[in-house]
Design a protein around this ligand. Structure first.
Ligand code: ZN
Length: 110
């Protein structure tokens, strides 16, 4: 069941936080792309690295090649994401040099 929270088709986190850079409890707006990937590193403070895998078709051979890309996303304190979790991230304003996404949903097992 999907609900709408912060203007997104995601389930709002159960916890609350004081982070201003949180789409649910702060003033951060999420607009643009919404991506789903796997959290491959949750070691950083306040952010996770999310890896997306996709199939890129190569016409000449009529086959696909697997490609992957990684983006760093801000992790608000109310969302608890661990390595290996399937996470949904939304595009937001640039929060730092390399971060312009924020985690909006995290689930166990990917
Ligand atoms: Zn929050």
């Amino acid at each position: 069941m999907k609900m709408t929270a912060a203007g997104l088709e995601v389930v709002a986190p159960k916890k609350e936080c004081q982070d201003d850079r949180c789409p649910f409890h702060g003033s951060l707006k999420v607009r643009g792309r919404l991506l789903t990937g796997k959290a491959v590193s949750a070691e950083g403070k306040g952010f996770v690295v999310v890896q997306m895998e996709y199939l890129h078709m190569v016409g000449k051979f009529n086959r696909g090649e697997r490609r992957r890309s990684r983006v760093s996303a801000h992790l608000p304190p109310c969302i608890d994401a661990q390595e290996g979790d399937r996470v949904t991230i939304g595009e937001c304003r640039p929060l730092s040099k390399t971060i312009s996404f924020v985690v909006v949903e995290a689930g166990r097992g990917a």
